[in-house]
Design a protein around this ligand. Sequence first.
Ligand code: T4K
Length: 391
Amino acid sequence: MAAEQSRGTREAPAGSGADGEPIFVAQPFLPPLADFLPYLEEIWRTKKLTNGGPYHRKLEAALCEFLGLEHVALFANGTLALVTALQALRVGGEVITTPYSFVATAHSLLWNGIKPVFVDIDPDTLNLDPARVEAAITPQTTAILPVHCYGRPCDVDGIQAIADNYNLKVIYDAAHAFGVRAANGSVLRHGDLSVLSFHATKVFTTFEGGAIACPDAKTKQRIDHLKNFGFVDEVTVVAPGINGKMSEFGAALGLLQLEYFDQAIARRREIDATYRERLQPVRGIRCLPLPDTYTSNFGYFPVLVDGAYPLSRDALYAELKSRGIHPRRYFFPLISQFPMYRGLPSASRENLAVASRVAEQVLCLPMYPALRDAELDRILGAVIELGRMRR
Ligand code: T4K
């Protein structure tokens, strides 16, 4: 039988890739293949591939313990988890959300026939600005869907105060926030529900995958029905549910990943510190602050490229690509600029001035545990050298 959890302390395998090889923005952390084989052998023995098998049950329990949560419902991916979270709370009408995110955030609203209402972001956190939320509330508003962008926590108290005042639900898109803790525990404990993604590019991956963190057993049960076509038993269907189940393969990888999580985060922390130290003197490159009010998971390393840098953000992006370094412009274009959203009154540039500016300045530099010092030098060397160019 496969190993039990050991609180994320096992040593991660060394990185790979020779000098000059392309460096991508992310790379999944994979434990040694030999560690995964016993899990596969067990799956082959039991023939249990999906539908809430033993690894699925074990991973739900392990995540509750690891993250300090009451209930976790696993999903096939974060997008299905978002769609289902909205269904579980019977959210409809209009929902206030951020334009500065991955498209799946707003798409989950459209999949539920809900109208997104975009509200601008705070220039420091890059998350939904609570000071602007109230003005966007109408009689049709039923919920707020904020994002802990790059794992940086939202102003959860500010958002909850508004939700309480107007009797709105709060569902956090916490796709980036696995393992992020604030003073009073996991950031996933805020709002009515929080939704995680375990995609290959995330700090914790189950190949594809996701989860909903929920505070009470009744909601967890409704979510479990919804992710399994609405089935309660062989002959009873209580809702038009979807197939959102995580497979046993994904759950097994998740169990194994947990053993290495702390190790992987430690390397991410080192990389983050090196970026900050060496980019600090570079004019026109601004790193986002790392406040001590929460424990980061170091999932992303976004920088803002402004007018003091000799190249525009897009020119820097293109230059780095030509050198085999592939950062990403997460999140450009803004969700509100895509064709299915740009006609909405809330999608106008005037309404979203901060998000529009940030989307034109942001560049996420490569960040993953196997990134070697030599590769980090290559990235930093290029950004620093290009920063010395004359205009
Ligand atoms: N909400 C938010 C706020 C999100 O950020 C996301 C997903 C979601 C919801 C939805 O959750 P999921 O349904 O995805 O679970 C990626 C991911 O596909 C997406 O999961 C993620 N956010 C988004 C921010 O990034 P792309 O289009 O950038 O992925 P891709 O394939 O270009 O990958 C980036 C780099 O990562 C590649 O250049 C190489 C590396 N990579 C990627 C994959 C897929 C690997 O090394 N191995 C891999 O298997 O969207």
